[in-house]
Design a protein around this ligand. Sequence first.
Ligand code: MG
Length: 281
Amino acid sequence: MDKYPIGVFASIGAGLGVRLEVVEELGIHSVQLCCPHKEDRTEENAREFIQKLEKIGVKISVVFCDFKGESYATIQKTKETIGLVPPTLRNERKQEIREIADFAKVLGCDRIGIHIGFIPHETDSDDYRDLVASLQELADYLKAQGQAFHLETGQEKADGLLQFLTDVGRDNVFINFDPANMILYGSGEPIPALKKLGKYVRSCHCKDAKWSDQPGETWGAEVPFGTGDVNAKLFLETLKEIGYEGPLTIEREIPAEPERQKAEISQAMELIESLKKEIWG
Ligand code: MG
């Protein structure tokens, strides 16, 4: 794959991300795929989907986990429902991640992305230790089938995430860096965080946001890439600085407004193309 292809967050059928028809219309050739739920994760669906992708020349860079019952309605709801952190859901979601990894394998994708949720800060607690052990177990499962785990940024400050990655200690656990999430969750300035986490960053989201007036308490606002507090140019320059060469995957989560979503992704593509020329020549 060429360096820095423009990508987009997409889904099969319903779910976060744009539909494949939109990917085709926009002329994008790289997607991160929001994984369908259990009933649609059949081998037959996977094969059909691969055919569609081949026809329009699209490659999947990352398959993202998406669990039933997750809610991003408020920061508090996110704490309660997202990823592997809710203890009562941990075991069933671990099993589901193995199934998603198997589905991704059929799709020919060796990277699984996930929001694991708000990692407990008490690193000497049983809950933290169990979460570390869960990640180790899953990383080993993925490793056995030649896959890596990409943890999405947002819920943690860079230092907390670094500590967690060190404690997990597996060489196939990396980061999907989303600069807007750092702002939306109030987890710190994205550019210094990107520099700090640099060696782990293997995929990213080109997404933008404006800070909340109560960071960490209420959501910031997601806005089109290049119009928020991320500083799109500095973000791409910093990706270059850390030696990143993967896809630049645009994420714009306004599924209720598909026309506006498509238009804003198209504008983001233009912006990224011009910044790429400026930065990489
Ligand atoms: Mg994201």
